[in-house]
Design a protein around this ligand. Structure first.
Ligand code: BGC
Length: 244
């Protein structure tokens, strides 16, 4: 079975058709820049452009950087506030003409890792964290997702963790890998104390450079890089098209 997976991010909107039984992309992904301000209608038009580029007419799964309850965005940290309260499933379905189902970006990326990547076959509690513009989180117990966790907004030293330990924070503050690892360590220690996970999976663009910071971390929990790296969002979104 095939579905189109689309990953909406603060800087780019990426999509590709996916074989959802194997988790493989069926064509090279297409990336279009996110329209400035990431407002609903212009973003929906980019999604429609991707649908047309692949001459797609089947189910579409979408990962979006906000908590999403039954298709409705509940909050917006890194995209336009106009999404809040809006039914994203309905908007994208009407603009693209294909049945669209929208979920939180980290939740869907985690679905790909749990099904085919770093979390495959892993029981107990797994926490996937995507380190990018913000910090996205997903938690699984024996492979079951508890949706819409927002652990990137956990308070660390009085501010949101994502303002201290995301990849954007690393770049903004021009941190060395050593300094960044220290920051991330503080955050992950806090997560360990609260959840006692069996495994952390680190995703987001920065996971390509995992050798520079994962070995510097001192944790009780096993920590591994995501296997899909940049494609987890697309593959997971395609899987999510089948969720109720
Ligand atoms: C949002 C999350 C999202 C994460 C990664 C956070 O700011 O609140 O919903 O998963 O960024 O994009």
């Amino acid at each position: 079975m095939q579905a189109l997976g689309i990953d909406i991010g603060g800087s780019g909107i990426k999509g590709a058709p996916v074989n959802i039984e194997t988790g493989t992309l069926l064509a090279e992904r297409l990336r279009i820049k996110t329209p400035k301000g990431a407002k609903p209608q212009p973003v929906a038009e980019v999604v429609a452009e991707i649908v047309r580029a692949f001459k797609w007419s089947g189910p579409v799964g979408v990962g979006f950087p906000a908590p999403i309850k039954h298709g409705v965005a509940m909050m917006a940290a890194n995209v336009s506030q106009k999404w809040v309260g809006l039914n994203a499933d309905e908007l994208l379905t009407s603009v693209t003409g294909c049945p669209c189902h929208v979920g939180n970006d980290a939740d869907v990326a985690g679905m790909a890792e749990m099904a085919f990547g770093a979390g495959k076959g892993q029981g107990g509690t797994v926490i996937m964290l995507t380190l990018g513009t913000g910090i996205g989180s997903a938690i699984y117990y024996n492979g079951h997702l508890v949706p819409n966790t927002e652990f990137g907004h956990l308070q660390l030293k009085g501010v949101d963790a994502e303002h201290r330990a995301s990849d954007a924070a690393r770049q903004r503050e021009e941190m060395s890998w050593k300094k960044y690892a220290k920051r991330l360590n503080e955050y992950l220690n806090e997560m360990e104390k609260l959840f006692w996970p069996d495994l952390f999976i680190i995703g987001g663009g920065i996971s390509k450079q995992h050798e520079k910071f994962l070995p510097l971390l001192k944790l009780q929990t096993k920590i591994v890089p995501a296997q899909f790296q940049n494609e987890a969002g697309i593959v997971g979104a395609a899987l999510f098209s089948q969720e109720k």
